[in-house]
Design a protein around this ligand. Structure first.
Ligand code: NDP
Length: 490
């Protein structure tokens, strides 16, 4: 299949180099959240299919068809993989827009270029990282070497389907591991196609397997499998907790969790041009319709600029049209599914009931489309005790909290169980560094909303996750074991 707008989607599991139906014969329906209509049926893998995929991955790992190749040889194949993603990027962008309700412009201009960059960067990096030699005396040689962990399970979410898969697949494969990937049942198609492209690029059979299915079925089976050495997970804090149980109750596999967030945009007294601040604060809150773990969903703003900034934000919403994700002008697509729409609308109702003021938005829109659209919503007069300030809503909802002095701003920003990201706006260089240091979060953007780029690690403090970082050379630590070889010299 070459054209995502045709009906011939790849919908089976990809195991040991071949497409397969689920052994049970079960399928699930993939739905277009912009219309509520079905797109296609996808193989619903479960424990048996995960087991088959893990066995294939284990065989591939043990016989060394990938794990014992030279880094340069893996690099060559992964660069070919990146080229194939690039050659098929229009199709892959369309798959994520169709299933995920993501604006096609974002898929084309952000997700796919970042995916390609990710695969190229890890391919290029792997034959340039060196291991270490311990500072011994002349009577010993201490080598500290990195080796692939073995079979890696990756469980990924629906909000950035292909990019989150690439953040895991690229460093794990570059390091020599074999993998079993479980995409979200809401967005499986791009991951399945990725496995096919990897195979076409020369990744050997069994090295990259993709098993679509439900979280409770395939996801849990991967988490509990006795022959999976590591699980890397991106998703909700609740399910992240489950993976710790699975590991504890099975083989103590290593677990990396990249979880939710409730990230602040902290606007200090004396900010830069408020037009720029408003643009960045809206981008932080609304990009990917707020379905973003590092979403800047809390605006914590100094009272001296509070009123003017809120006015500018409301006016700036004209630049954020809600609509059909396939329309290049759309910047806000639908919520991923009906239950998620209900969850977001429930939070908006709770925000009102708790006494916050809706500045703009607050309602479901475009209902006649059959899709799950929410108007971008700005709340003012929010306090940190309200649920809209505490919980990850994962929708286009911004909560505004004013403050009077820097210490109070920092306290409010840190008063959350999460710690993924934060942005600070100030023209005072000292304040920028002082406050960056004081915030308990993994990624700080100064005078812009930014997660850095592929060279910088991404991950959170507190309940936003632990056990390693995605992105950067740090991601290699997730997918490698360290071995000491001590040679006694006589
Ligand atoms: P989940 O954490 O439920 O899903 C993430 C992945 O985990 C999916 O592949 C999912 O499969 C799988 N999964 C779900 N339940 C289990 C389980 N019991 N055992 C093993 N795997 C499981 O996130 P949701 O998609 O339901 O979103 C819920 C909330 O999570 C959002 O509202 C948001 O707050 C947060 N979230 C955070 C993300 C982030 O980037 N940090 C990304 C997505 C969500 P399945 O396909 O069945 O759902």
């Amino acid at each position: 299949m070459t054209n995502a707008t045709s009906t011939s989607f790849r919908t089976q599991a990809f195991i040991d180099g071949a497409f397969r139906d689920a052994q049970s014969g079960e399928t699930f329906v993939s739905e277009n959240p912009a219309s509520g209509r079905p797109i296609t049926s996808v193989a619903c893998g479960d424990t048996a299919d995960i087991d088959l995929a893990v066995k294939a991955a284990r065989r591939a790992f043990e016989d060394g068809r990938w794990s014992r190749r030279s880094p340069t040889s893996r690099k060559t194949i992964l660069l070919r993989f990146a080229d194939l993603i690039e050659a098929n990027s229009e199709e892959l962008a369309t798959l994520d827009a169709l299933e995920g309700g993501k604006p096609i412009t974002d898929c084309r201009d952000i997700d796919l270029p970042d995916t390609i960059k990710t695969v190229r960067w890890y391919a290029e990096a792997i034959d340039k990282v060196f291991d270490a030699v311990a500072p011994t005396g002349p009577d010993a040689l201490g080598l500290i070497i990195r080796e692939p962990i073995g079979v890696v399970g990756a469980v990924v979410p629906w909000n950035f389907p292909i990019l989150m898969a690439a953040w895991k697949i690229a460093p794990a494969l570059a390091s020599g591991n074999s993998m079993v990937v479980k995409p979200s049942r809401l967005t499986s198609l791009s991951a399945i196609r990725l496995a096919e492209l990897a195979s076409a690029a020369g990744v050997p059979d069994g090295v990259l397997n993709v098993v679509p299915g439900t979280g409770a079925g395939a996801g849990q089976a991967l988490g509990r499998h006795m022959d999976v050495d590591k699980v890397t997970f991106t998703g909700s804090t609740e399910v992240g907790r489950e993976f710790l149980h699975y590991a504890a109750e099975s083989n103590l596999k290593e677990v990396t969790l990249e979880l939710g967030g409730k990230s602040p945009s902290l606007v200090l007294a004396g900010p830069p041009d408020l037009a720029i601040v408003a643009e960045q604060v809206l981008f932080a809150a609304l990009v990917n319709q707020g379905e973003n773990c590092s979403s800047g969903s809390r605006l914590i703003v100094h009272r001296s600029v509070h009123e003017e900034l809120v006015e500018r934000l409301a006016a700036g919403l004209a630049e954020w049209p809600v609509g059909d994700p396939m329309d290049p002008a759309t910047r806000i697509g639908p919520m991923i599914e009906r239950p998620h729409l209900d969850k977001v609308m429930g939070y908006i109702a709770r925000g009102r009931a708790e006494g916050a003021r809706v500045v703009t938005g607050g309602e479901q829109v475009l209902e006649s489309s059959g899709g799950y659209f929410v108007a971008p919503t700005i709340f003012d007069g929010v306090t940190n005790s309200m649920s809209i300030a505490r919980d990850e809503i994962f929708g286009p909802v911004l909560s505004t909290i004013p403050f009077d002095d820097e210490a109070e701003g920092i306290r409010l920003a840190n008063e959350t169980s999460y710690g993924l990201a934060a942005s600070i706006y100030t023209t005072d260089l000292d304040a920028a560094f002082r406050v960056s240091r004081a915030l308990r979060a993994g990624v700080i953007g100064v005078n812009a909303y930014s997660e850095g780029d592929i060279t910088t690690p991404f991950g959170g403090y507190k309940q936003s996750g632990f056990g390693g970082r995605d992105k950067g050379l740090e991601a290699f630590d997730q997918y490698t074991e360290k071995k000491t070889i001590w040679v006694t010299l006589r």
